[in-house]
Design a protein around this ligand. Structure first.
Ligand code: UTP
Length: 465
């Protein structure tokens, strides 16, 4: 039975939030039902934690990076590539123990694209959308290793329906629909500086996605942990929607994770410069942690070792592997809250929608990397950024569609050269042809070598599919 008006009023009144019902008399039946459902969903234990986080934010609190810590241990590229370790990863894949988790519930506000970011077209020749590239990598793994790799996609209330529709009209890009599983993350209200909740319409409480860390609760609440257990999965590869260079469920990475009996593994890469906004992996009290860029002082960002290297060199780019048991354990843990001061449209006392010019309210998010200190064992593995990481974050400049396409082409150009095919390049060394290789044609250089005709030459744009 849905909540009644009286129940809603009493729930809100206990917390001094009855203003959410201020426009009740003007609402029609459907609007009333929607608002009651929202009020029913609000968990005031969460709101209390938000208020505490806000007080901390407004007070003078030491940043997370205070106290004693050092750089976390990192398995470097030179140490990776052991064939026995790779075999462990391949074995897990072939045995159907590996699943893939994609977080795609974000709002993509920096890119300014109207729709789920995964629908954004990025293939340099085919305009393949991000979702297609990810899905085809999973399909390629299934074909190559004759296995099943379930693909779990976290969406949010705002983009769930268009995401599902996109996969449906594209026949899941060749994947079996019973192995493409969508689930929604939680939505959280925002708070005004005085701790009150806001309406963004007379019939609607302002809510936004609870952050990629919201995946833990969502996995449990939406029955996904059970689904993973039913499918016998033990290892989950986790990544973000905006990076088409991703090496999905790479057997070397899985092998390292398994060989080290880690509960969580992270791929880490060297910062471009001291001020790049990557979260740094640090070690404190024998455990790894990720510290946000904004929590480090300039001196910490710039500190160098005697050989001239940055002391905090390695950052996390949200490419992880989790053991199933760890995910299950963490699903019941409360992650810390991260607060952001934002411009949030709201409904004023007369019922008009106001779009503020400056930040007026606070949004709260959970970040997945905050689980790291809970792990009994974790592993940080270095990777070469140009091979695996070039996200579409901004509309222009760094980490924009232009740089991502450039990096995709550059990667495939290196594959060709590794196969002995010469790539025409301009004076700056950039390939002059567009290149695109479908993941089901080749997932890596070895696949390409095995398939390319001997006399293959690049004479114009190259599309291999
Ligand atoms: P970002 O932090 O880049 O955020 O998300 P975003 O929402 O995509 O973009 P901006 O900041 O609004 O411009 C990193 C990854 O985490 C997912 C995103 O979909 C992306 O894959 N994410 C983020 C979620 O799944 N849920 C969230 O609440 C936030």
């Amino acid at each position: 039975m849905a909540m009644t008006y009286d129940e809603a009023l009493s729930k809100l009144a206990e917390q001094g939030q009855e203003h959410l019902l201020a426009f009740w008399e003007q609402l029609d039946e459907a609007q009333r039902a929607g608002l009651l459902a929202q009020i029913e969903e609000i968990d005031f234990a969460d709101i209390e934690r938000m208020r505490e986080a806000l007080q901390h934010q407004q007070g003078d609190v030491a940043p997370a990076a205070a106290g004693e810590f050092g750089p976390a241990p990192v398995t470097t590229l030179a140490e990776t590539g052991d064939p026995d370790v790779r075999e462990l990863g391949l074995h897990a894949l072939r045995a159907g123990k590996v699943g893939v988790l994609l977080v795609a519930g974000g709002q993509g506000s920096r890119l300014g694209y109207d729709g789920p970011k995964g629908c954004y077209e990025i293939g340099p020749i085919t305009n393949a959308p991000l979702f297609e590239i990810h899905a085809r990598k999973i399909l390629a793994l299934e074909q190559k290793y004759n296995t099943e790799v379930p693909f779990y996609i976290m969406t949010s209330e705002a983009n769930d329906a268009p995401t599902r529709e996109f996969f449906k009209v594209n026949n899941c890009f060749g994947l079996s629909p019973d192995r493409v599983i969508f689930f929604t993350q939680g939505m959280w209200p925002g708070l005004m500086p005085d701790g009150s909740l806001l309406l963004d319409r007379p019939d609607h409480v302002f809510v936004s996605p609870d952050g990629h860390g919201g995946i833990l609760v969502a996995l449990r609440k939406r029955g996904v942990l059970q689904d993973m257990a039913d499918r016998g999965l033990s290892t989950l590869f986790y990544f973000q929607v905006d990076n088409p260079l991703i090496e999905v469920a790479d057997p070397d990475f899985i092998g390292l994770h398994l060989a080290n009996e880690a509960e969580i593994s992270l791929k880490v890469c060297a910062k471009r410069d001291p001020y790049e906004g990557l979260g740094m992996v640090i070690a404190r009290d024998g455990r790894s942690e990720v510290v946000e860029y904004s929590d480090l002082t300039d001196a910490q960002k710039e500190e160098r070792t005697p050989d001239g290297q940055l002391r905090l060199l390695f950052g996390s780019v949200a490419i992880h592997i989790f053991t199933f048991g760890f995910l299950k354990r963490e699903a019941d843990q409360a992650l810390p809250l991260h607060v952001a001061h934002k411009k949030v449209p709201y409904c004023d006392e007369a019922g008009n929608i106001v779009k503020p010019d400056s930040p007026n309210a606070y949004k709260f998010e959970k970040f997945i990397f905050d689980v790291l200190p809970d792990a009994e064992r974790s592993l940080n593995v270095e990777f070469a950024r140009e091979e695996e990481f070039s996200p579409v974050k901004n509309a222009e400049g760094d980490d924009s569609p232009a740089t991502t396409k450039r990096d995709m082409i550059a990667k495939w150009a290196r594959w060709f050269e590794a196969c002995g095919v010469s790539v025409p390049r301009d004076a700056d060394g950039n390939p002059t042809a567009l290149i695109e290789i479908d993941p089901c044609y080749a997932l890596n250089v070895e696949d390409l070598k095995a398939k390319l005709p001997e006399d293959f030459k690049i004479e114009g744009d190259v599309l291999l599919k």
